[in-house]
Design a binder for this molecule. Structure first.
Ligand SMILES: NC(=O)c1ccc[n+]([C@@H]2O[C@H](COP(=O)([O-])OP(=O)(O)OC[C@H]3O[C@@H](n4cnc5c(N)ncnc54)[C@H](O)[C@@H]3O)[C@@H](O)[C@H]2O)c1
Length: 251
């Protein structure tokens, strides 16, 4: 019996990196996973891989910045699975620039994906999440939603917004039986950080910074926190933030 057996999950940004890993772990633990992403080829591959491994998955093309895409995705989940128990707002984008050098277009793009995408997802999914009466929303923020860092002004502001959107939704949705929590990864080895971690040693060390475990995390190490928040094991965890950063923020 898997830890999320019988549950239905929707994961955004699921074609690669952590979203792929969250989808695969939730499916391995018994959930029917709707793998959602802009990238059709890679997203379909993830869903096929899950099915080939004996799990349950469907791919949906979803641009998180599009209200129409969200409405279509939720309708599809309702048709195909009849319910939704877990929403993982994982899709995100990173621009490496200090805020004062960020263009309007870069700022808007960052907020559109990282903040508006989460807002649209929550608004579209809440009616279906409510029907189950025991659901979980997991928003992927970052340690850079808690603290500052160089060269990522718009990103950090957007992830701070995700952290507090999570708290406000926890207040508003408690009575609806929907738990809402955020996850704050540190330095994770994904396509997003590939250039930073594998170009030269000096950049890798600068990015790892004060990480006490002295290595980047594997995506699966963050997925374990997502699985916990998705499962009934976290039934009293609500409005919380789980930091998965190898000790970065402790140092
Ligand atoms: N990698 C890290 O070190 C790190 C650390 C902290 C937080 N995070 C956050 O974790 C989440 C996942 O990061 P990752 O490193 O796996 O990223 P990634 O860049 O490796 O993958 C992101 C995925 O999101 C998809 N995506 C981008 N824009 C989208 C949109 N508008 N609609 C739908 N899908 C879209 C991409 O196609 C891709 O599949 C992001 O929110 C990121 O900000 C990452």
């Amino acid at each position: 019996m898997g830890r999320v057996s019988g549950k239905v999950a929707l994961v955004t940004g699921a074609a690669m990196g952590m979203g792929k890993s969250h989808s695969e772990l939730l499916a391995r633990e018994g959930a029917h996973v709707f793998v959602c992403d802009l990238d059709v080829a890679k997203g379909e591959e993830v869903a096929k891989g899950i099915v080939a491994a004996g799990g349950k998955a469907d791919f949906i093309k979803l641009d998180v910045t599009s209200e129409a895409d969200w409405n279509g995705a939720i309708a599809r989940v309702r048709d195909r699975a009849g319910k939704l128990d877990i929403l993982v707002n994982n899709a995100g984008t990173l621009i490496l620039k200090p805020l004062h050098a960020t263009t309007n277009e870069e700022f808007d793009r960052t907020f559109n994906v990282n903040v508006r995408g989460v807002f649209l997802g929550i608004r579209a999914a809440v009616p279906l999440l409510k029907e189950g009466g025991k659901s979980s929303i997991i928003n992927i923020s970052s340690i850079y939603g808690i603290m500052g860092a160089p060269m990522a002004g718009a990103y950090i502001a957007s992830k701070g917004a995700v952290r507090l959107m999570t708290k406000s939704c926890a207040v508003d949705l408690a009575d609806a039986g929907i738990r809402v929590n955020s996850v704050h990864p540190g330095v994770i080895d994904t396509p997003m950080t590939k250039d930073l971690l594998y170009t030269d040693e000096a950049t890798r060390q600068a990015v790892l910074g004060p990480t006490l475990l002295k290595r980047p995390s594997r995506p699966e190490e963050v997925s374990n926190a997502v699985l916990f928040l998705a499962s009934d094991e976290s039934s009293y965890v609500h409005g919380a933030e789980i930091v998965v950063d190898g000790g970065y923020t402790a140092n």
